[in-house]
Design a protein around this ligand. Structure first.
Ligand code: GLN
Length: 441
């Protein structure tokens, strides 16, 4: 069978055809591009690529570099330093607006030029400009999974017309947001914006944010999960400048646009998406790109705020095996143990108290236990123990490693129900954890 996905994406390309808008002309190097180019690329979190249209066309990354350079600054300089220099509040203004906090001059967020110039200075960190640009180029290359280069021609043409960015950089220098030469910051920032990419590269970069920082194809951990969470939060609130609220309510995913016509979007845990089409709307965002994202979001239910289908019960089955003192209540759990699911398990035990002396939590079908789920499960085990119920755990895949329920109690751990049945029914609580067949006598 041929995958229907490329056919679907082609249909989206055709359905979003629109010749309105205009190519950015304030950067002369951009004015000459073919306005009819249009491409969409998707990359799933497990590294599968679907891509249609002009996905081999190279264009300069422009503002789509901002979230990644912000991530690099966070990674290299730490959260405290970066948050001290750049705020995370939506400005509601255009990308090149002078949006600085009153009195301090702190840029409102890292997605507008003021904040991006400051983020570039944080990466520069007193080094030579070439070194900062190289570390950014190399970061973007690892994210894309191939060596990217700076289009020096576009950079030079923007540099000659960078009055606005020079003004912002001088203002930032005046407020001592950074101590470097403002011209050097502008030049480095403009070269950062001139790294050339295709939509396939951008989808790969976006997907690396979708996976919590792991490049889905090379497997390299490029950003920590904390950095990714911060970057995605700022993209969600500020990534689309003065259209950020409209974008979040209609498309509903963290995104970033650039004046060359690229847009990336990230569905955390699932997908990186990129679109390219150079005609821009009044916000400096690709007209066809916005249409494509809107369509993908609607068709594919990508909106993050869509109420999820009611989570199916994590308690798959409750049953009692054996009789008398050997009777055992088994709670078969399934899925992911987040707060809500763990609350459901606790409620099941509170509302319908366990009447046998022993209770088994069967985690065989549990996929993942978040730290909140672990804490809640262990607390429940500890409290049941205090009430006189001996809890054991069936955990073949070690979803709950080294369980210490507190109150001086550690539940026995078995690999399967058979292992439980073969063991002594009244073996009692252990002070040391034991696993699987080692619990047999
Ligand atoms: N290099 C461009 C600028 O600073 C990037 C702006 C953008 O893509 N929105 O003006």
């Amino acid at each position: 069978m041929r995958s229907p996905l490329p056919d679907y994406l082609t249909e989206v390309l055709d359905g979003c055809a629109d010749t309105s808008g205009a190519v950015a002309d304030y950067i002369p190097g951009l004015a000459g591009v073919d306005p009819d180019r249009f491409a969409i690329s998707l990359l799933t979190a497990d590294g599968t690529s679907y891509s249609v249209g002009d996905d081999e066309t190279e264009f300069t990354i422009q503002s789509v570099s901002k979230p990644f350079v912000y991530g690099l600054a966070l990674q290299e300089r730490g959260f405290e330093k970066v948050l001290d220099v750049i705020d995370v509040e939506p400005s509601g203004e255009a990308f090149n607006e002078v949006s600085l906090e009153r009195n301090t001059g702190r840029p409102l967020n890292p997605m507008i030029n003021a904040g991006a110039l400051a983020a570039h200075a944080l990466v520069l960190n007193g080094r030579r400009s070439e070194q900062a640009v190289e570390s950014i180029r190399s970061l973007l290359s690892s994210l894309a999974g191939r060596e990217l280069v700076v289009d020096e021609e576009v950079a030079a043409s923007e540099l000659e017309n960078s009055y606005r960015n020079v003004a912002i950089a001088n203002l930032l220098r005046g407020y001592e947001v950074f101590e470097d030469d403002p011209d050097e910051i502008v030049e480095g920032y403009i070269r950062q914006c001139s790294v050339t990419v295709t939509t396939k590269d951008l989808a790969m970069m976006a997907a690396t944010l979708a996976t919590g920082g792991i490049q889905p194809v090379t497997g390299e951990q490029i950003f920590s999960r904390d950095v990714v969470r911060q970057v995605l939060s700022v993209m969600a609130t500020c990534g689309m400048y003065d259209a950020a609220g409209d974008w979040l309510s209609t498309v509903g995913i963290p995104a970033k646009s650039g004046v060359s016509g690229g847009i990336i979007g990230i569905l955390p845990g699932q997908l990186g998406i990129a679109a390219y089409s150079p005609r821009l709307d009044e916000h400096g965002t690709s007209v066809q790109g916005v249409a494509a994202f809107g369509r993908l979001s609607r068709d594919m239910n990508l909106h993050l705020m869509d109420a999820p289908m009611l989570a199916h019960s994590v308690l798959r089955r409750r049953r009692v095996v054996g009789e008398g003192d050997a009777a055992l209540t088994i709670l078969e759990l399934q899925g992911d143990l987040n707060f809500t699911n763990s609350e459901g398990i606790i409620r099941a035990v509170v509302d319908e108290p366990v009447e046998t002396k022993r209770l088994a939590l069967d985690l065989s079908l549990v996929r993942a236990i978040l730290s909140v789920g672990r804490r809640m499960l262990l607390e429940m085990i500890g409290r049941l123990h205090l009430d006189g119920t001996e809890v054991i755990v069936i955990d073949p895949d070690e979803r709950l490693p080294d369980p210490d329920a507190g109150y001086g109690f550690r539940p026995r751990v078995y690999g399967s129900l058979e292992d439980v049945e073969e063991s002594q029914p009244d073996a009692g609580a252990q002070t040391e954890p034991e696993r699987g067949h080692s619990a047999r006598k």
